[in-house]
Design a protein around this ligand. Structure first.
Ligand SMILES: [Fe+2]
Length: 286
């Protein structure tokens, strides 16, 4: 049984259910057993080749499940020129996969031609807002579709910021018409690391802009939380997720796990917990 068993449609086109981020070590098992997972999310850049076995596997997965394409490399907020080759590759992949949703991170990952392996936070200023909104609008024009942008975890803050992260994220959606991929774990990690109220952040997000939630696990380093995606979702994050679903409404929700990857059954267990929370929420109109 695969994705078709879930028929509740969310505004994004994904089933209104808890999916799993598909990682290479689990692909063979998924293809062999076709688990009852409502949808999978994959990292777009892993499938930018023109052909080959990796893309063939994605075609097989897509044959049985709705798929979300989640990008990690567009550097949306950078002041470098938009990487048109990157956008063209994503456009080709979208045409092939016909994903239920396309998402990217609201961050920058390089400048001056130098690329960093990090999703770095923007300064939350009017100037940065103008810049990133123009970039999001341009990407949506080039792709010919709406994208969702994700709030990132951050370990530094810019002293130039004149608004909260939540205000900035919400304004990007309001001004560009893009959707939000609200990573609840990232909200929690940033709230602890930067000393703000996670519930006030959630309250600042217009419910109608939210297309998807992410959940993941962090690790603790002294007083700092590190968003490693290498642990179970923390109890405090489950609680924040439940309050978020109650306030904003149920949305397709993804379990992300990228380091110290456990057995696929562990991810299915995390997805079941998310599904229980989604299922018990009062439905709020998107
Ligand atoms: Fe995420």
């Amino acid at each position: 049984m695969a994705g078709d068993a879930f028929d509740m449609s969310a505004p994004s086109g994904l089933p209104l259910a808890a999916g799993i981020g598909l990682r290479a070590p689990h692909v063979r098992e998924v293809l062999a057993t076709r688990p009852a997972v409502p949808w999978f999310e994959v990292h777009s850049e892993n499938y930018f080749a023109d052909g080959g076995p990796t893309l063939a596997v994605l075609d097989r997965i897509r044959g049985d499940y709705p798929v979300s394409l989640h990008g990690v490399g567009m550097s949306l907020g950078s002041t470098d020129p938009l990487d048109r080759d990157h956008v063209a590759k994503l456009s080709r992949l979208i045409a092939r996969v016909e994903p239920a949703i396309v998402s990217e991170h609201l961050c920058w990952s390089g400048v001056g031609g130098h690329h960093f392996n990090d999703l770095l936070p923007l300064p939350y200023t009017d100037e940065a807002l103008d810049h990133v909104c123009a970039r999001v609008a341009r990407v949506q024009d080039l792709l010919g579709c709406e994208i969702a942008v994700e709030n990132v975890s951050a370990y530094v803050a810019h002293r130039e910021s004149t608004m909260t992260e939540a205000q900035f994220v919400a304004d990007v959606a309001r001004r560009t018409g893009c959707r939000l991929l609200l990573d609840v774990n990232n909200v929690y990690v940033n709230a602890v690391n930067h000393g703000f109220d996670a519930d006030l952040y959630i309250a600042a997000i217009p419910p109608g802009t939210v297309a998807e939630y992410h959940l993941a696990g962090f690790e603790t380093n002294g007083t700092c939380l590190i968003d490693t995606h290498g642990a179970p979702v923390a109890a405090d994050v489950w609680a924040l997720y439940a309050r978020t679903v109650a306030r904003i409404g149920p949305r397709p929700t993804l379990i992300e796990w990228d380091t110290a990857l456990p057995a696929f059954a562990v991810l299915e267990g995390e997805a079941r917990t998310a599904q229980q929370i989604l299922g018990t929420a009062d439905v709020v109109a998107a």
